[in-house]
Ligand binder design. Structure first.
Ligand code: ZN
Length: 415
């Protein structure tokens, strides 16, 4: 197999002596270990739902406790079902008897699992009194969390090297978010939806997924460059910060940068990576037709009249639309226009309809509007279809990852 880009093993040149290799289905990865590697796996706090009226938990020998502002505890003997509500900073047990708890209430079971409604919960569930109702956060081992992410964000059926690449990216993303959330004193680290990573819970776990998670245990992506873009020459010590390893379904040929898409650079993630591997994605090319009536409805909240023109005003180097100019004509015959950024325009049309900002537009106010585009998703970081195909073509997880994150290297941060 021919290398398809140069220089992807720069860090082993610096730290070759401490590179370690995994074996098995995820093979030959050059992975660095941090000094004094931790034996403890961190916990991640996953927001499962917000502002819900009731929280029902059930199981054996349940234990519920608050630690702040006041310590209190409730324990059951044998099987129990508890129903809670929240208001005014308090969690209230309303069934089978009443009891009031000040502050967040953490529920767990000595068996390690219990039910929240009909959903199996690992480790513990923290009920936070929200402004309205309760917010529910699952606190669990980050590796077990990843078991439930594999089939939510990708598929354990893919080639194991492609799955390993995805798992490492998902672990990096989760760890990055967790560190940021703790700095910001947020009450959760990640959401369980596409806002962060789709977590299917225990129901989404399966053996193949768990095997790959286990083979890549503790491995994350870290930047080989510092904040000023200089190559890191000393091995990171202390609290290593993983990269925020964004990924998306299909890039359509070229990835984009976080600064182009969200206006903020991100250490270790850059755009402009050419991808020759996602051509088999059903979203590699797409087109969508919208009637002028539909477009007028979507832009009615602007209060400027009917849409007369839509023009891609400028593009990023990747080819994605930077700005869109929408022209209007009101009932009094007055023309006006609005300039939106590509992402805003995409959200107005619907992200499920306009699959990316990598599009051309044609049509007119008297005909349909036709959008012809490429790719699916924001285009930043790893292209999942590209990774899937690279795995099928024989590339290993490290090759896949360093292709899409060329400024990153793999490092094992816990045993
Ligand atoms: Zn791609």
């Amino acid at each position: 197999m021919k290398p398809f880009f140069k220089g992807r093993r720069i860090l082993p040149v610096f730290f070759g002596a401490i590179a370690v290799f995994l074996c098995g289905p995820v093979s030959a990865l050059a992975i660095l270990s941090v000094p004094n590697i931790s034996s403890n796996t961190p916990k991640i706090r996953v927001l499962l739902n917000e502002s819900i009226a009731w929280v029902e938990v059930g199981g054996w020998d349940l234990d519920a406790r608050t630690s702040r502002p006041i310590k209190s505890r409730l324990r059951s003997n044998g099987r129990v079902s508890w129903r809670f509500s929240c208001s005014s900073g308090r969690v209230r047990l309303v069934s089978p008897h009443t009891q009031v708890f000040e502050g967040p209430l953490e529920v767990s079971s000595p068996s390690g699992a219990f039910l929240w409604g009909s959903k199996m919960i690992r480790e513990s569930l923290v009920i936070h009194p929200a402004k309205s109702g309760c917010s529910v956060v699952n606190v669990l081992d980050i590796e077990k969390y990843l078991d439930g992410v594999v089939n939510g964000e990708f598929s354990a059926k893919w080639n194991s090297e492609a799955v390993a690449a995805q798992v490492i990216a998902a672990r990096s993303y989760a760890l990055y978010q967790s560190k940021q959330a703790r700095l910001n004193k947020a009450f959760f680290d990640v959401e369980s939806t596409t806002k962060d990573q789709v977590y299917l819970g225990v129901e989404g776990e399966e053996t193949r997924a768990s095997q790959v998670v286990s083979k890549t245990r503790g491995v994350v992506l870290a930047s080989a460059l510092d904040e000023r873009g200089a190559r890191i020459r000393a091995f990171p010590s202390g609290d290593l910060v993983p990269i925020k390893a964004f990924y998306h379904s299909t890039c359509g040929g070229k990835t984009d940068s976080p600064e182009d898409v969200w206006g903020q650079p991100q250490i270790g993630v850059r755009g402009g990576v050419r991808c020759l591997h996602c051509g088999s994605s059903p979203r590699f090319r797409w087109d969508v037709k919208l009637s002028n009536l539909e477009i007028d409805r979507l832009f009615s909240s602007f209060g400027k009249g009917k849409v007369r023109s839509i023009e891609a005003l400028s593009r990023f180097p990747s080819g994605r639309v930077r700005q869109v100019k929408v022209g209007f004509l009101d009932g009094a015959g007055k023309f006006s226009s609005t300039v939106l950024n590509g992402s805003q325009f995409r959200s107005i049309l619907g992200v499920e309809r306009l699959r990316s900002t990598f599009f051309d537009v044609s049509g007119s106010a008297t005909r349909d509007w036709i959008f012809q585009g490429r790719g699916n998703g924001h285009g930043v970081g790893m292209c999942q279809w590209g990774a899937k195909e690279m795995g099928a073509e024989g590339y290993n997880a490290e090759q896949i990852l360093t292709h899409y994150y060329p400024q990153a290297y793999l490092v094992k941060v816990w045993k």
